[in-house]
Each structure stands twice: as C-alpha cells, then as structure tokens.
Write a protein that binds this ligand. Structure first.
Ligand code: SIN
Ligand code: FE
Length: 314
C-alpha cells in the first residue's frame, strides 16, 4: 500500500472571502469562428480560461446546412450510446443509425463543427497550437433531465471530467460546447474553483497499489497505464458526485446557455453539471500541460502542490 501522503491543504491559494457569489461566466462579443482578436484580448481570454472561467460566446452561431435540422431528433442515435461521436481521424460517425445518406450527412455536420471549433481555439489561443491534439466531437441529441443513469454517470451532479479507461497522463481537457437546440436553453451549474474543491476531497483520495497501473492496462481496463494524476482525478470525480451535501451546498452558479450560444472551458478543472437541455455539440481538444501559462489553478499543479510531488510521471 503506498505510504499515506502528507497533504498540504493549507498552502493552496483560496478564493477570496469577498468572492461570495460565484461569477464564472465571461461573455465575449465574437460572432465569427475565426474572429479578429488583439494580443491584449487574447491574453485576457487565456488568463480567464486558465483560471477556470467559462468563456461564453452568446452570438457565435453554428449554422445548419439545409436538411441538417433533422439531426436534432434523437432517432438518429443508435440507442446504445447517448451521443453520436466522431473520433479525430475517423471518416464515419459512431453511435448513429440511419440510411447511408443520413450517416454521410451526420459526418459532414459533425466534422464541420470539429473544424470550426479547432479554428476558434487556434485563433484565440495561438500559443496552444503546438501543444494541442484534436480529440472527439459529439452531437448530443437527447434531453439530459430525467435520464436514468447511475450516480457515477450522472452529469447533472457537479464534477470535473475524468475517464476511467482513458488516462490523460496530465493532458488537459479543453472543450468547445454549442447549444444547437433552436428553442431550449442548456442549463448548467458551475461550482467553486478547483483549488477549493481539491482541498476538501484530495485528503480522501489514495494512491495506487504497486503494479495496479500495469495490471489495469494488461486487463484492458485502461487503454494505457493510468498515472497517479488520473487515479486521483477519477476519485475526485466520484467523490464529488457521491456527496449530495457537497452538491447542494458548494458555492455554485446556475447559468442558462441560450440557443445558438457557444462556450469554452477546461472541463477537467471547472466543476460543472448539465441540468437540462435537448441538443448540443461538443468538441474535445487535448492540451499538453506545458501549454498552460498560469499553473495556480490547473488540476495537475494543484494536486502536485498538495501531494508534494510532480503528477506528470506515470
Ligand atoms: C458534461 O460534460 O458533464 C455534460 C455537458 C453537457 O451535456 O452539457
Ligand atoms: Fe462533464
């Protein structure tokens, strides 16, 4: 059993007491997926994103081509997966059903969203470009509220994103969301800064058993060896979702993303919960941790400080 770590909770920067009410939404004026931005504006956007804010683009529309509106209907989902997905290098979508033409049109739509999202991120954060990898894109055409899922998969509970089978090894999860439903808002809750969250829950997490990472890889429980970073992040995800008192009482903010809105977050850092909404598109980008300029709030840096050792070794 790994030695119990000395956990340095006291040294974590705290949110100022005057913060009181959370206000994590930073509204942006841009209307184009390759907007004109000044270096000063870019620096502000990057600082806010890395501090854990939501960059919110109320007027950044993603337009359907004629006929694509039909994909707002969840009948194109195959019923097994909740999302229709496109992996970065694939030429066909997964999780969908329909005619060959439907599947080709779904590919075109989702691919266009992937290209638009990547253009947006490259334009706003050119310093990230050498460190980023396009990951999955999804269309989520089902109402979130009232879905029967286990507590661990229940994204209506506040959580940070972390995947049991897909260790990130410290790579960051940058996500571009778009509410593609023409009528209903997508309603999220967002919660306290990662450092505050970590201070409460990291002391309840534990390290891996010797050989555990190798065994999980061997048994195909994980795609590659899980790092301590991933092991702790997964526990933080579960501990937050399992704690109903925390869910109810943590400082939090509800926000309604209207139809046609776009938003960008580090979803491994921002506590978030999706409460209601009918149709969304989402692009995931992996970002190598050296791309981050402000390590005050990033999860791998917070965990390394609290546990007293680097997190980015597997
Ligand atoms: C999530 O990342 O937890 C879900 C986001 C959403 O479906 O709006
Ligand atoms: Fe999530």
């Amino acid at each position: 059993m790994p030695a119990a770590p000395a956990i340095a909770t006291a040294t974590e920067p705290t949110s100022s007491p005057s913060q009181g009410k959370l206000d994590l939404i930073r509204s942006q004026p841009y209307t184009d997926w390759a907007p004109q931005v000044t270096p000063e504006e870019r620096a502000t956007l990057r600082r806010e994103l890395e501090q854990g804010a939501v960059l919110y683009f109320p007027n950044l529309q993603f337009h359907f081509q004629p006929g694509e509106e039909r994909f707002l209907d969840s009948r194109y989902s195959d019923g097994k997966s909740k999302n229709i997905n496109l992996r970065a290098d694939d030429t066909a979508v997964r999780g969908a059903q329909g005619s060959a033409q439907d599947l080709a049109d779904l590919y075109t739509l989702i691919r266009r969203y992937a290209d638009s999202s990547e253009t947006l991120v490259r334009t706003l954060f050119p310093e990230y470009t050498p460190h980023m990898t396009r990951a999955g894109t999804s269309l989520r055409p089902s109402e979130i509220a009232g879905r029967p899922v286990s507590w661990r998969k229940d994204d209506t509970r506040l959580h940070v994103d972390s995947f049991p089978s897909n260790p990130m090894l410290g790579k960051r999860l940058l996500r571009v969301f778009h509410n593609i439903d023409p009528a209903a808002p997508r309603v999220w809750r967002v919660g306290e800064p990662f450092g505050d969250f970590a201070r409460k829950f990291v002391p309840k997490t534990h390290g891996m058993w010797p050989g555990q990472a190798a065994l999980m890889k061997l048994l195909h429980i994980t795609k590659r060896r899980r790092s301590e970073y991933d092991h702790r992040m997964l526990q933080l995800h579960d501990l937050a979702k399992a704690d109903l008192d925390y869910q109810a009482n943590v400082p939090q903010q509800e926000f309604h993303f209207p139809p046609g809105a776009t938003w960008i977050v580090f979803s491994d850092q921002l506590l978030h919960a999706a409460m209601r909404g009918r149709a969304m598109m989402e692009q995931t980008i992996y970002l190598a941790p050296q791309a981050i300029s402000d390590h005050t709030h990033s999860p791998e840096a917070v965990l390394a400080r609290m546990l007293g050792r680097p997190m980015l070794v597997s």
